[in-house]
Design a binder for this molecule. Structure first.
Ligand code: ATR
Length: 284
């Protein structure tokens, strides 16, 4: 019988993970099936236990269960602990192993697919919720020179910076100075090479209200969400003259590849899967 995996969430019908993992399995010759698992909002643990008891080997976890998955895991990676959330569970003989592959997925999409070095880069991370927290440690591990967390609610950015416990991390609001000298006087970096949007402002079709003058100074403006069209953040960055923008579709594929690697010990090639998803999104 094929090994069983699934993505568990509520809702889960829209998840692209089954298609992504089916392509990974076909490409690498791995004998597995990957399903969708809808868990009741108050029934995450029961759903996961039943899946495991019926021979399930691992799960991807999506909204709203990533915190429950963190609590459910008996062993966790350091990056999952830093994220405070788990998006990948593996059922081992000696217990439940939890990881969070979102941040490394972002890092790989930026460095491998988009070819932008992160070593020595100054990064402006917009947002201080779960999405931002999930990518903080992997960005630091990638060797960034400075990581500035900017959030609408400044105190949450300060909390996140404190949690990181790393001298490279600074916190500020969206009203940070547009002028480089003024930024340096405020104890912030002179320039930002990369701006990453980890807010959910896009749900309101809005870009975070940072000074537009920051966009053209960045090599890349990256939105962690994706859609059929460029996001409001990407549109704002491009209109202000940023050379390159990207949405989070590549991150989605890369985080899935990291989960696949964790389960199967094989790293799939992501580019053809990314290209196919992009074409499907565009309606081709
Ligand atoms: P997620 O898991 O997506 O990060 P979250 O933990 O609720 O969700 O965090 C949402 C993030 O998006 C926060 O940084 C939030 O800013 P506040 O902390 O000030 O609430 C940010 N956010 C949501 N809507 C926004 C908007 N319209 N403009 C700017 N930031 C927004």
């Amino acid at each position: 019988m094929s090994d069983r995996y699934a993505v568990v969430g509520n809702p889960v019908a829209h998840s692209r993970s089954p298609s992504i993992h089916a392509q990974f399995a076909a490409q690498t010759g791995q004998d597995l099936v990957y399903e969708r698992l809808l868990a009741p909002l108050d029934g995450f643990v029961a759903t996961v236990e039943a899946f495991r008891a019926s021979g399930g080997r691992g799960l991807n976890v999506t909204v709203p269960f990533k915190l429950e998955a963190f609590a459910f895991a008996q062993r966790r990676t350091a990056r999952a602990t830093m994220a405070g959330a788990v998006n990948t569970l593996r059922f081992d003989a000696d217990g439940v192993f939890g990881d969070n592959t979102d941040g490394i997925g972002l890092v790989r999409d930026i460095t491998v697919r988009l070819g932008q070095g992160l070593g020595d880069a100054s990064v402006l991370l917009l947002g201080a919720g779960g999405a931002a927290r999930g990518v903080l440690q992997p960005l630091l591990d990638a060797g960034v020179r400075a990581l500035t967390v900017a959030n609408r609610t400044v105190s949450r950015a300060e909390d996140l910076a404190r949690l990181a416990g790393d001298a490279r991390v600074r916190a500020c609001g969206f009203d940070l100075p547009a002028d480089a000298q003024a930024r340096v006087r405020a104890g912030l970096p002179e320039r930002f090479d990369l701006i990453v949007n980890a807010t959910s402002a896009g749900l309101d079709d809005a870009a975070p209200a940072i000074p537009a003058a920051l966009y053209p100074t960045a090599r890349l403006c990256y939105d962690m969400v994706y859609g059929a069209r460029p996001t409001a953040f990407m549109t704002a960055a491009a209109a202000a003259g940023c050379a390159a923008t990207a949405d989070g579709l590549g991150m989605l594929v890369e985080q899935a590849a990291e989960s696949f690697l964790l389960w199967r010990g094989v790293r799939p090639v992501t580019e053809p899967v990314y290209r196919r998803l992009r074409a499907e999104l565009a309606g081709h």
